[in-house]
Design a protein around this ligand. Structure first.
Ligand code: LCS
Length: 393
């Protein structure tokens, strides 16, 4: 079946899938580290790339390949490189495209470790980085240097929910011959398709929406061209940020319901955002579905829905935010997002705590910012939980 012609929700279930001699309805788990060759010549041909037979699971595995094929198709990309975690995917991209004397321009409010790894580990090896407010593409343009090898954007950004104009950044980058990588974790391919907007590389922490059940850590990179694919797969294989076959099976299982999960979560999120915006104890709310979001129109033009992550601050800042976090019962006080369960966390002391305070403030990650990842529970229960916790402030 040519799954490329199917609708998105049908692709979620059928793209990249294969069966075995028993007619298994799901992709089997090839829980093996290595694959035997038919002959010495066959082994040599596999290593030479003249035969596409499997060699070793760090290099490739049928279960992992099913997931890679599926996500690549959902993103309208060339091929995918699955990784053991979202950070495995981020660093595989950095390793493939950066080196001593090279430079990256990135958004100042990306997921904390995606920035910290550049400013600590990659810096140690002589790669430079500039973090700017990429929600204004002119800032990206002005930060480009002679040695800039990658523009790296997260949109919507974690945790500020700032939205970057993807097409504007692509235009600026490509005018200088620089590739663009978008971390599409917050939207998933269901809501946003960066490769269709001219982006070269897209990546995900599949720990979030794609798997969606808070039981797996995983990542993936999808490229538009063979050239970037080969470079990133090579990096992934050599640094060993590969996925495990059982992990791939779990992600495939979660992926199938991506569309209906996001539909429900963002319907809930819209109601939560409106509730928060009208609450007397709430200072501000940032959610791409609210007209008050500074890039509301841009968000609508490049995303088919606002997603289900909200950032907000209660009056009284961090002290009051702490009372809220300590008094919710349905929402779990936990990092991560994109699962079926509602989560609440405090970026300044948790996910973004390794970023110095001054840099956090420049990126609008204020000490009072609370991140709320809305799940698929009954909306009445989510709001009742928030209501009783806000009453404690
Ligand atoms: N990119 C984004 C946008 C993320 O939110 C995360 C994780 C990563 C990459 C890294 O993925 P991982 O290695 O964890 O699969 N974000 C987290 C968060 O906001 N709370 O906990 C993890």
């Amino acid at each position: 079946m040519d799954t490329k012609k199917l609708g998105f929700n049908s692709k979620l279930i059928h793209a990249g899938q294969f069966t075995d001699e028993f007619g298994s309805a799901t992709v089997p788990i090839y829980q093996t580290s290595t694959f035997s060759f038919k002959s010495a010549d066959h082994g040599a041909a596999c290593f030479a790339g003249e035969d596409d037979g499997y060699i070793y699971t760090r290099i490739g595995n049928p279960t992992i390949n099913a997931l890679e094929t599926s996500i690549a198709e959902l993103e309208n990309g060339y091929r995918g490189v699955a990784c053991g975690s979202g950070m495995g995917a981020v660093t595989a991209v950095y390793f493939a495209l950066l080196g001593a004397g090279s430079h990256i321009v990135s958004h100042n409010a990306v997921y904390g470790p995606s920035r910290v790894v550049m400013e600590t580990l990659f810096k140690k090896f002589g790669a430079e980085s500039t973090y700017v407010d990429a929600t204004d593409a002119d800032n990206v343009k002005n930060a480009i240097q002679e040695n800039t090898k990658l523009i790296y954007i997260e949109t919507p950004a974690n945790p500020t929910m700032g939205i970057t104009d993807i097409k504007a950044v692509v235009e600026v980058a490509h005018a200088h011959g620089i590739p663009v990588c978008i971390d599409n974790t917050f939207s998933s391919p269901y809501l946003q398709k960066p490769l269709d907007m001219g982006v070269d590389i897209v990546l995900h922490s599949m720990t979030k929406f794609i798997n969606g059940h808070a039981d797996i850590v995983a990542g993936i990179v999808v490229t538009r061209t063979e050239e970037y694919y080969a470079a990133i797969r090579g990096a992934m294989v050599n640094i060993g940020s590969n996925m495990d076959p059982h992990q791939a099976y779990m992600v495939i299982r979660g992926l199938k319901t991506l569309g209906i999960r996001i539909d429900r979560a963002q319907e809930n999120a819209m109601k939560v955002a409106e509730y928060l915006e009208n609450h007397s104890k709430v200072e501000w709310v940032k959610y791409p579905g609210l007209k008050s979001h500074p890039q509301y129109e841009l968000g609508k033009s490049q995303m088919s829905g606002p997603g289900s992550v909200i950032s907000f601050e209660v009056k009284g800042g961090f002290k009051a935010g702490k009372v809220l976090m300590d008094n919710v019962h349905l929402a779990l006080l936990a990092v991560s997002l994109g699962g079926v369960e509602t989560l609440i966390q405090h970026p300044a002391s948790m996910t973004h705590s390794k970023i110095p305070k001054q840099q956090r403030e420049e990126a609008h990650i204020t000490d009072g910012l609370v991140r709320f990842a809305v799940g698929i529970e009954d909306i009445e229960d989510i709001i009742a939980d928030l209501d009783q916790a806000l009453a404690m402030i």
